[in-house]
Write a protein of this length. Structure first.
Length: 342
């Protein structure tokens, strides 16, 4: 119940989210959303590239979907503290749709979805507060906070909170190498909570594994890349830190995801210049999702990491990049001609 308690404290005294006739404080290409307004309604009102939506302090309990035709959109909190403005909902993969047409599925469970190229999200919290304990009848427990699949997606100073599958970094097509950049973000969850096939760079980010009320280990994994075989760049975490709310060695760093709809995937993950806390198992930090796709055959690598979770005790379990290989795994190499501004 930790997540629901956290967010309930933020919502106390706020008006319920609902439609409004106009956005208060509308300026030239700027829309302001305040408690009682709808963030989705603001997105729907955007009629061209280059708009900014300013979300004022409050909790907005709704699902937000940014379509591809809302290019170069910025959605930002009104303050510099991402805890002040929270967008949250509670769909899971196995949640039945109200029209009886089935369940939402993993992607459909997302609180925030965007296909828009050039999207910037900053100074916000995006959360999915669905809890397994509240829904023991549901077996599809993936509950996504953010599902992003537009090229040049930039998250700056954003908190991403959920449990399983918190952040889905995807691409617009199997053959697309869409780029995403996350800077100074806080991302937490338990099972595969950063996953997908995008070229995704995480710089100066904080990954936090949650305590789970289960007797088995591993309790979960931080990363689950599903990179396309033709893409030389998958997930890159650099100058970041990984902490845990669970006991030491309860989590794995990663496992490869080879989806049933893309069995040619060749997952790629590099973690470099990052402090890895004791919550990550240093002896066997990687594991398999399916035995027919062993992690040792994937593109996993580490470079100059530190901390108790980065200690190399069994070298064959900790694939290390050489200095020459590390040159190929930088922000500039992954993002190419795109230079996102902080």
């Amino acid at each position: 119940m930790r997540r629901r308690t956290l967010l309930a404290g933020m919502t106390a005294g706020l008006l319920a989210v609902g439609p409004t006739d106009a956005f208060a404080g509308v300026g030239r290409r700027v829309l302001h959303v305040r408690p009682g307004d709808s963030v989705q309604a603001a997105v729907d009102a955007v009629d061209g590239p280059g708009w900014t939506i300013v979300v004022h302090p409050g909790t907005y309990r709704e699902v937000v979907n940014v379509p591809a035709d809302k290019a170069e959109l910025t959605i930002r909190g009104a303050s510099c503290d991402p805890r002040d403005a929270v967008i949250v909902f509670d769909h899971a993969n196995g949640t039945p749709k109200p029209d009886g047409s089935g369940t939402y599925g993993t992607a459909g469970s997302a609180t925030f979805t965007s296909a828009a190229p050039g999207l910037v999200v900053r100074d916000l919290t995006l959360a999915n507060d669905w809890l397994r304990a509240d829904h023991p009848e549901i077996t599809g427990t993936q509950a996504v906070a953010a599902y992003t699949y537009g090229d040049r997606t930039h998250f700056e100073n954003v908190r991403l909170l959920a449990h399983q599958d918190t952040l889905f970094v995807e691409t617009t097509a199997l053959t697309s190498f869409d780029r995403q950049y996350f800077h100074h973000c806080h991302i937490e969850g338990d099972v595969d909570f950063v996953f997908g096939r995008a070229t995704a760079v995480f710089e100066d980010c904080h990954f936090h594994t949650l305590q789970r009320d289960v007797a088995f280990t591993p309790k979960g994994m931080v990363f689950a890349p599903s990179t396309a075989r033709a893409n030389p760049h998958g997930i890159l975490a650099l100058r970041s830190r990984i902490t845990s709310g669970a006991e030491d060695a309860a989590y794995k760093l990663a496992r490869p995801w080879v989806p049933s709809y893309e069995t040619t995937a060749w997952p790629s993950l590099v973690v470099r210049d990052t402090r890895i806390g004791p919550g990550i198992d240093p002896v066997t930090p990687y594991t398999n999702m399916r035995e027919q796709y062993p992690w040792q055959t994937m593109r996993f690598g580490e470079y100059r990491n530190s901390g108790p979770g980065a200690v190399i005790t069994v070298p064959e379990n900790r694939p290390q990049l050489t200095d020459e290989e590390a040159v190929l795994h930088t922000k500039a190499a992954y993002l190419g001609d795109w230079r996102p501004r902080a």
